[in-house]
Write a protein that binds this ligand. Structure first.
Ligand SMILES: *Cc1c(COP(=O)(O)O)cnc(C)c1O
Length: 829
């Protein structure tokens, strides 16, 4: 982890400690009794483990108290169901949220302990791909801070997101064995164990009362074992639970083979069932139609529902109360098999009739959509469900049958509508459309930014919006200010607190009090000095890690996110090559020096995205070694983008690149993190960029390019990229250089396919159409950067305008508009 800049600003604001146990003594005890070392032999990792155990102890009592409080209040619980939780490191977060941070700093200083070194030993918990998983992690922080009775439910992957190395310019994936040294934050719960069934067959029988019943028999069972991780809210008042499931082989299953004397076979099969929670699928925008993925989904859904109902049944006998006591949020369609699963539990195991069960189910579930892109919308082959989850398939058929009856009733004769809206896609080899299932089975469906929700209503879910008016609502995403400002950027956090107090940490709206400092010369100076210090420390990290010397006075131009064609890292690179050509054509000209920073992973099977990584690195190689270019332009690819890397880069960014083709980025949250840390945004009118513009003011953001209406128009009219190729000489030069091997002399044809896809291939994401406006916009940014006071003014106004984008606001909207839950806070003591 980067050393934070040594500014004269006060340290960030940890919550006040509520505990009186001397931290120092507790730490010494853990080093001795939990780690088994003393001061002489302890390594930085030993110190990390001792610190983590000490911090966990501080959380545990409050955690137990919180659970009792929810139990005694018989509170309505929120279950946030997510295949991904991108948590990152936990130590600083827990210390700060529990109010022990200052104490710990002081103790470390006195004991001569290198806290940075110890902190850097913590692996980054990367149980997610990107935005969707990070959103879940921000939500856990906000739900705990707000005292909402909530649980995160997911999978304890043994291997999280792969580690990315850049070797010879190419992405190479390495396994992320984050549990290798053990995980000091989790509590294994070997007694919290549920069987999860797969395969088998159905037996129908008639009950004594004469109704048709179903048994699901001869199944292959896997056990789900719980691991609990405490999630502390800021201020330490509430500590919630994240419960992740690990697959264990079932004892019965083993026994069969053991009894046959086939010891090796039994152990082999044990491994096979434990493979279920082995690895996270590293694809963020394409649906992975693999059997193991479906089994992962059902595995964690089944275990979570059993667990939730166990808790419910302790207090309640009547399932009709379920929607008053439980809200289940589906983070994308990944857990949407929960809808037929709860139906199965109510029908087959508890013998409710269909209508009553369906009413309970639809009042319990709600679903968040994260994408409009067709390749990301999950569908499963009917044949796969038939084999793996036969009873669920039957139930889905019945749900669809009754749903289509209703649709038919309201729209007689419209057979095209029935085909479009059906849960079953009959045209592509019969597949289940999981988004349709999730919409039909939920009482509320939300998009993640205004424009995304509007597009949902107008395009992919227009039929549903007509059939269920008011079901589709918007709740714009947010980020937690604790991690993304208070912890990531102590310099800026301290400066803000010095001027407006620390209320912003839990009431981010209060940042608007900074508006009046935007033109204050003294404040501008301090603000710029904090940014400069952050840039210098990032420059140091880059030199240490990559051996590239960058100019800390240059404009830090940052694009950090998953590598994807729709996010248009290539467009950014075209700007880089344009600058390169301009400098070479006119070396003496006085310019704003730039450092263009990229970071992001590509899905391992996404060849085009991986080729673009190679292209960025090949361009970097030429640009960074060209003596004519010198300090005026540098290109840096920071490997292995994760939460830790994000927190290093973001505080140092001057410019935030949010340049997706309009209509493709549902919301984005990286855009929020960067603006909150005082970067100016260059972006398209896409996702939450639009709402950021509305909050910070049109004059304080750099918007360029086609909007969604123009994108729709240009594509419907027949877009011809060649017109743009021939219409702009600089663009043509850039494309020709890349296509003909200027940056890849060792293999001149290497990038030909990339360029061909933009010209002959039709340029799906309209890079050429947006190029000219993008370059012109970048020129305005250069001009502004020459005026530091004016730049500072706009950057301060950006920070001041970010109040809306706290995930606390997002979660309050979910609580009010979807879940119908209230805080259950501890009475003030
Ligand atoms: C915030 C975040 C993302 C999402 O970034 P976008 O720019 O919104 O795509 C992805 N990965 C990590 C590690 C993040 O912290």
């Amino acid at each position: 982890m980067a050393k934070k800049p040594a500014t004269t600003e006060p340290s960030p604001q940890p919550a006040k400690s509520t505990d009186s146990v001397p931290f120092c003594q507790a730490l010494a005890n853990h080093l001795t009794y939990s780690v088994g070392k003393d001061h002489y032999t302890a390594t930085p990792r030993d110190w990390f483990f001792a610190l983590a155990h000490t911090t966990r102890d501080q959380m545990t009592a409050r955690w137990m108290e919180t659970m009792r409080r929810y139990y005694e209040a018989d509170a309505k619980r929120i279950y946030y169901m997510s295949m991904e939780f991108l948590i990152g490191r936990t130590l600083t977060n827990s210390l700060m949220n529990m109010g022990h941070y200052d104490e710990c700093l002081k103790m470390a200083a006195e004991a001569g302990l290198d806290l940075e070194q110890a902190r850097a030993m913590e692996p980054d918990a990367a149980l997610g791909n990107g935005g969707l998983g990070r959103l879940a992690a921000c939500f856990l922080d906000s739900m705990a801070t707000l005292g909402l009775p909530s649980y995160g439910y997911g999978i304890r992957y043994e291997y999280g997101m792969f580690n990315q190395r850049i070797e010879n310019g190419w992405q190479v994936e390495h396994p992320d064995s984050w549990l290798r040294y053990g995980n000091p934050w989790e509590f294994p719960r070997p007694e919290v164990l549920y069987p999860v069934k797969f395969y088998g067959r159905l037996v129908e029988y008639t009950s004594e009362a004469g109704s048709l019943r179903h048994h699901w028999v001869d199944t292959e069972d896997v056990m789900a074992m719980a691991y609990d991780t405490p999630i502390p809210g800021y201020g330490g008042k509430s500590v919630n639970n994240m419960r992740l499931w690990a697959a264990k082989s079932s004892r019965d299953f083993d026994l069969k083979y053991f009894n046959e004397g086939n010891y090796i076979k039994a152990v082999e099969d044990k491994n096979e069932s434990e493979n279920l929670s082995k690895v996270l699928y590293p694809d963020d925008t394409t649906a992975m139609g693999r059997e193991l993925r479906l089994k992962q989904q059902y595995f964690f859904v089944s275990a979570s529902l059993q667990d939730m109902l166990y808790r419910f049944n302790k207090f309640h006998k009547n399932f009709d109360e379920l929607p008053d006591k439980v809200a289940m949020q589906l983070n994308d369609t990944h857990p949407s098999i929960a809808i037929p699963e709860l139906m199965r539990i109510l029908l087959d195991l508890n013998h409710l009739d269909w209508d009553r069960a369906w009413d309970i189910v639809t009042r319990t579930f709600s679903y968040t959509n994260h994408t409009l892109m067709p390749e990301a919308l999950e569908t499963w082959p009917v044949s796969l469900l038939e084999k793996t989850l036969p009873r669920h398939l039957q139930i889905i058929y019945e749900i669809n049958h009754l749903f289509l009856n209703d649709v038919r009733h309201q729209n007689p004769g419209d057979t095209e509508l029935l085909k479009r809206i059906s849960i079953i896609d009959e045209d592509n080899g019969r597949r289940i459309r999981m988004a349709h299932l999730a919409i039909v089975g939920s009482h509320q469906v939300n998009g993640v930014a205004q424009i995304h929700t509007e597009l949902m209503r107008q395009t992919i879910f227009a039929d549903f919006d007509r059939f269920y008016p008011g079901k589709i609502i918007n709740i714009t995403n947010g980020i937690t200010p604790r991690r993304w400002l208070n912890q990531a950027n102590p310099g800026l956090a301290g400066l803000i607190t010095e001027h407006i107090g620390d209320g912003w940490i839990t009431h981010l709206d209060q940042l608007s009090k900074l508006n009046k400092f935007a033109t204050d010369k003294a404040f501008q100076g301090k603000f710029l000095r904090v940014k400069q210090a952050n840039k210098e420390s990032l420059a140091k990290v880059i030199e240490e890690k990559l051996g590239i010397k960058i100019n800390p006075a240059s404009l830090f131009d940052v694009q950090i996110k998953r590598m994807h064609e729709y996010k248009r890292q290539l467009l950014n690179l075209f700007h880089v090559v344009t600058l390169y050509n301009r400098i070479r054509a006119n070396p003496g000209e006085n310019r704003v020096p730039r450092t263009v920073i990229f970071s992001g992973k590509a899905a391992p099977g996404y060849a085009r995205a991986k080729l673009i990584i190679k292209l960025i690195n090949d361009v970097a190689d030429i640009v960074n070694h060209d003596p004519v270019i010198g300090d005026q332009l540098k290109v840096v690819y920071i490997p292995n983008y994760d939460v830790t890397t994000a927190a290093e880069i973001i505080p140092a960014a001057d410019l935030s690149e949010q340049i997706s083709t309009a209509g493709t980025e549902a919301s984005g949250t990286g855009n929020m993190k960067l603006a909150l840390n005082g970067a100016l945004t260059i972006g398209t009118l896409d996702g939450a960029n639009i709402e950021i513009r509305d909050e910070v003011g049109t004059d304080n953001i750099f918007i360029f390019g086609l909007n969604t209406a123009e994108v729709a128009e240009i594509t419907s009219k027949g877009y011809n990229p060649w017109d743009y190729y021939h219409g702009n000489q600089e663009l043509r030069q850039v494309l020709d250089m890349i296509g003909s091997g200027y940056f890849s002399p060792d293999e001149p044809e290497r990038f030909r396919p990339v360029i061909d896809s933009l010209t002959a291939g039709g340029d799906q994401y309209l890079l050429l159409a947006d190029y000219t406006d993008y370059i012109a916009c970048q020129e305005k940014i250069d001009a502004l950067y020459r005026n530091p006071a004016e730049w500072a003014r706009k950057a301060i106004l950006n920070v001041a305008g970010m109040g809306k984008f706290s995930s606390d606001r997002t979660i309050r909207e979910y609580a009010e508009n979807i879940w119908g839950v209230k805080s259950v806070l501890r009475p003030e003591v």
